[in-house]
Design a protein around this ligand. Structure first.
Ligand SMILES: O=P(O)(O)OC[C@H]1O[C@@H](O)[C@H](O)[C@@H](O)[C@@H]1O
Length: 302
């Protein structure tokens, strides 16, 4: 007799002020907030979480949740650090860090459950006059596909009659057993911007180890990066497409005290690898053009 696994389930849940979607498959659980189309957590049964969610996370309207995968768009980080072509498109005051869409309510367009996979499609369909302070007509869709791996793909479609340049990132918070023992593989020989030292350009020698606050923009990257995590006896893999840049971030001890929704020792258990289009890798969209930024995530035991 063959046993069939139960079909995947997608359930609407409310976490404090936020509407969320809890996805259960035969072997994993994924939680996504409608606000920002933000993946909040992802864990395979019997394994440690792969995506980190702060134990101090607040689920409030208009406030990005600390952890998961915030979508940064149409600029990354502080607007004034973005290329002129990205800055020029914003006409508002007080540009928020990481752009305009992580606190907005996206629409859930589609839930599609198959025998062993689930697809969710969120959209931020913009009116012709765009977002407040950003008058450009570009629709966003985040496609989440969960099978044995988690696949995220962010598509930007320029419906306007002018070209548009955006900076963007899938700001993934990864869970690690102990950041002090972890290292990132795939970076050797890669140029990066050391944002903590006057944005100097440097070259990575060997794997990246963590011994202090780290906030770097890696450029001209290969498609595959991995996190070697001996504390949890596993390696996390990230495979990207439509991206040649990534931000690697850990706040370490002092900055942890200043972050919202962040326990003072949480830096030990997380690491951000943010699949991006930033600096010389920003996204140019001609009128009518659509392009996607994507990442797939999975872990393997050591
Ligand atoms: O607190 P926020 O706005 O979510 O940003 C968190 C971090 O995001 C990272 O992408 C930046 O490189 C860090 O400098 C920043 O501190």
């Amino acid at each position: 007799m063959t046993t069939t696994s139960p079909a995947p389930q997608v359930e609407r849940v409310e976490l404090d002020e936020l509407v969320c979607w809890r996805v259960r498959t035969a072997s994993a659980e994924l939680l996504v907030a409608q606000q920002g189309a933000q993946v909040l957590s992802y864990q395979r049964d019997g394994e440690a979480p792969l995506i980190w969610l702060s134990e101090q996370a607040a689920f409030r309207k208009g406030q990005s949740v600390r952890g998961g995968v915030p979508v940064c768009w149409p600029w990354f980080g502080a607007l004034e650090r973005n290329p002129q072509a990205v800055q020029a498109l914003y006409q508002g005051n007080d540009a928020p860090a990481h752009g305009l869409v992580r606190n907005l309510d996206w629409q859930l367009l589609e839930i599609d459950t198959r025998e062993d996979a689930v697809n969710l499609q969120f959209a931020l369909l913009q009116p012709e006059n765009g977002l407040p302070g950003w008058p450009h007509h570009v629709d966003l869709r985040l496609h989440i596909h969960l099978d044995e791996r988690l696949h995220l793909s962010l598509a930007s479609h320029n419906h306007g009659d002018q070209p548009v340049t955006v900076g963007q990132a899938l700001h993934t918070y990864l869970a690690v057993g102990d950041i002090r023992q972890a290292r990132v593989e795939g970076l050797a020989g890669v140029h990066y911007i050391e944002t903590l030292q006057d944005w100097q350009e440097r070259t990575q020698h060997g794997d990246l180890h963590f011994e202090a606050e780290t906030d770097r923009i890696y450029l001209d990257l290969p498609e595959r990066l991995s996190v070697f995590d001996p504390a949890w006896q596993r390696r996390i893999h990230l495979h990207s497409s439509g991206s040649r840049s990534a931000v690697v971030w850990n706040p370490w001890i002092d900055k942890s005290q200043r972050l919202s929704q962040f326990a003072s020792d949480a830096w030990q258990r997380m690491l951000c690898i943010e699949t991006a289009n930033v600096l010389g890798d920003t996204l140019h969209l001609a009128p009518g053009e659509q392009k996607s930024l994507a990442v797939s995530l999975w872990a393997e035991p050591l």
